[in-house]
Design a protein around this ligand. Structure first.
Ligand SMILES: *Cc1c(COP(=O)(O)O)cnc(C)c1O
Length: 463
C-alpha cells in the first residue's frame, strides 16, 4: 500500500512514512494509491465485534507491512483502553430513524481522541524502533491541542508543545492542556489569537534550521493516519443498524473536512452509505461550495461551535482530488488560484461528482441554540453546540427510510455555557474527570513572537 500526493509532485510513501511526514513536500495531502475494498461478507462479519477488532479489520489493509498483525492489535488496544465507554462509539436514538453516534467518550471528550490516541501509540512505536525522538508542535483553538497532549503525555519518543491563544479557549479546554504533569508535555499560552498560533507553527516549519534542530513533527488533521482512524466508527455504527444489508446515511458537523472525508473512505471501501451530509455553522464555505459550485473564502466569524470556525477546509483538497478524477495537475492549479485569488470555481464534472455523494446544510447561531433546547425537551439528551449543528441539518434532510446517523463530536460538558443557556442544565463532567478543576496547572505564557516561541520550545525540550 503506497500513498501519493494530491498535487502529484512528491514520491509515493509507505503508511509509516506518510504518517511521519504529514504534509507532502509539494504542499499536497497524501491519499492511498488505491482504496482497498471490503466484501459484503467481510462487512457483515463485523457485526457484534468489539470496537478494537473492527478497527483492526478496517485499518489493516491500509498499513501495508508497517506493523505486524499482533502488534497492531496491541497498539489499537492501548489506544482505546482509556475510553469511558465499553462500546467506545455508542449509538443512541433521537427519533424514529435518527441516531446519534457518541464520539465523546475519550479522554478529552471530543471525537479527535479516536485518531489522536491511536496516532500517539503508532508514533511512539515507530520512533522507538527507529531510535528517533521528535518534537510535536501544534496550534489549537481548543480540542486538537488537548487531544494531542492526552495522546502523547508520558511517551518517551516525543515532546509535545501546544500553542493556544491566551484567554481564548474555554476553561475545560485550557485545563485539559495545562494539568497533565508529565515532563514531555508543554502548553504555551500565546499573546495572540488562533491565527497567530497557527502562523507561528507554519513559520517554525519554514525555519529549516530550527525544524532540524528540534526535529519538528506535526499531527494536524491532514495527517492521513488521523483520517484512517476515523473510518472505523462509520463501519461500527452502520453495521449496528444493519449494514451491509441496509443502507445508512451520515450527517457530520464539519470544519476541516477530516471527519466526513473518513466517511467517504468507508463508502469507497464498500460500506453502503447513501448520503454524506456536510453540516456547517455560519462559517459555511463547504455548504456554499456544494450549493453554488464555487469555493470562495470569507472571513471567519466566531460561533458557539468554535471547533468548526474555519475559513479554509484543508482536507477538502482530498475530495477535490477524487472529484477531478485524480488529476493532480488540476488540483495544484486550484490551490494556486485559492492562494492568489481567494477562491475558484469547481468544474461541472467535479461538482456533479461531489453532489452525487455529499449533501450540505448550514445552521445559524440561533438555530444551534434552539436545537440544543428542542433536543433536550424532546429526548432528554444534552448535546454540545457542534452536535446541534449536525442534528439541525440532519432534520432538514427530511424523512427517509434510510437511517440517519448524526455524529456527536463533543461532550456537552466541554461547552457548558452555551449548553446551560439553552437547557437550563449545567452539564456535569464525567466522573472520571470530575477533579479537573482541582488539579494544578502548568503553562508558559509567551509573546506572539517567533523567536520567543522557538526559545521556549528549545528550553522546554532540553529538560
Ligand atoms: C474538530 C471538530 C469538528 C470538526 O471536525 P473536522 O474533521 O475538522 O471537520 C467538529 N466538532 C468538534 C467538537 C471538533 O472538535
Amino acid at each position: 500500500m503506497k500513498y501519493i500526493s494530491t498535487r502529484g509532485q512528491s514520491p509515493a510513501l509507505s503508511f509509516e512514512e506518510t504518517m511521519l511526514t504529514g504534509l507532502a513536500p509539494d504542499g499536497g495531502l497524501y491519499v492511498p494509491e488505491t482504496i482497498p475494498a471490503m466484501t459484503a461478507d467481510e462487512i457483515a462479519a463485523l457485526a457484534g465485534l468489539p470496537y478494537e477488532e473492527i478497527a483492526f479489520r478496517v485499518m489493516r489493509p491500509f498499513i501495508g507491512d508497517s506493523f505486524e498483525d499482533a502488534h497492531f492489535r496491541d497498539l489499537i488496544g492501548k489506544a482505546y483502553a482509556g475510553f469511558g465507554h465499553e462500546a467506545r462509539a455508542p449509538l443512541v436514538q433521537l427519533g424514529p430513524n435518527h441516531f446519534l453516534l457518541e464520539l465523546f467518550h475519550g479522554p478529552t471528550l471530543a471525537f479527535k481522541d479516536f485518531a489522536m490516541q491511536l496516532i500517539g501509540q503508532l508514533f511512539e512505536d515507530v520512533l522507538t524502533r527507529r531510535g528517533e525522538r521528535v518534537t510535536i508542535v501544534g496550534a489549537t483553538s481548543g480540542d486538537t491541542g488537548s487531544a494531542a497532549i492526552e495522546a502523547f503525555r508520558g511517551l518517551d519518543a516525543v515532546d509535545v508543545c501546544i500553542l493556544y491563544p491566551h484567554g481564548r479557549v474555554s476553561e475545560v479546554q485550557r485545563r485539559q492542556m495545562t494539568t497533565p504533569s508529565e515532563a514531555n508535555v508543554h502548553a504555551l499560552a500565546v499573546d495572540g489569537d488562533f491565527d497567530d498560533c497557527q502562523a507561528a507553527v507554519k513559520a517554525m516549519f519554514a525555519d529549516h534550521a530550527f525544524r532540524d534542530e528540534v526535529r519538528l513533527a506535526a499531527v494536524n488533521s491532514i495527517n492521513w493516519a488521523r483520517v484512517l482512524a476515523q473510518v472505523v466508527y462509520y463501519f461500527s455504527s452502520a453495521v449496528s443498524l444493519g449494514a451491509p444489508h441496509r443502507q445508512v446515511s451520515f450527517t457530520v458537523p464539519t470544519g476541516n473536512f477530516g471527519d466526513i472525508f473518513a466517511g467517504y473512505i468507508a463508502r469507497q471501501m464498500g460500506l453502503p452509505i447513501d448520503r454524506l451530509v456536510i453540516a456547517t455553522n455560519r462559517n459555511d464555505i463547504l455548504h456554499r461550495t456544494i450549493r453554488d459550485g464555487a469555493y470562495v473564502k470569507e472571513g471567519v466569524e466566531p460561533t458557539i461551535s468554535p471547533s468548526m470556525d474555519i475559513q479554509v477546509s484543508s482536507n477538502f483538497e482530498r475530495a477535490l482530488f477524487d472529484a477531478y478524477g485524480r488529476d493532480a495537475g488540476a488540483v495544484a492549479q486550484l490551490m494556486d488560484e485559492l492562494k492568489a485569488r481567494g477562491g475558484f470555481p469547481v468544474s461541472q464534472g467535479a461538482i456533479g461528482a461531489l453532489r452525487d455523494i455529499y449533501d450540505s446544510g448550514r445552521c445559524s447561531e440561533e438555530e444551534t441554540a434552539a436545537t440544543i433546547t428542542t433536543t433536550f425537551r424532546g429526548t432528554g439528551e444534552i448535546v454540545c453546540p457542534h452536535t446541534a449543528v449536525g442534528i439541525k441539518v440532519a432534520e432538514e434532510q427530511g424523512a427517509s427510510a434510510t437511517p440517519m446517523i448524526t455524529l456527536a463530536t463533543a461532550h456537552p460538558a466541554k461547552f457548558p455555557d452555551a449548553v446551560e443557556a439553552a437547557t437550563g442544565v449545567h452539564p456535569p463532567l464525567p466522573k472520571r474527570m470530575a477533579d479537573l478543576y482541582d488539579r494544578s496547572e502548568r503553562v508558559t505564557r509567551v509573546a506572539n513572537d517567533l523567536a520567543a516561541i522557538e526559545a521556549v520550545i528549545r528550553e522546554k525540550r532540553a529538560k
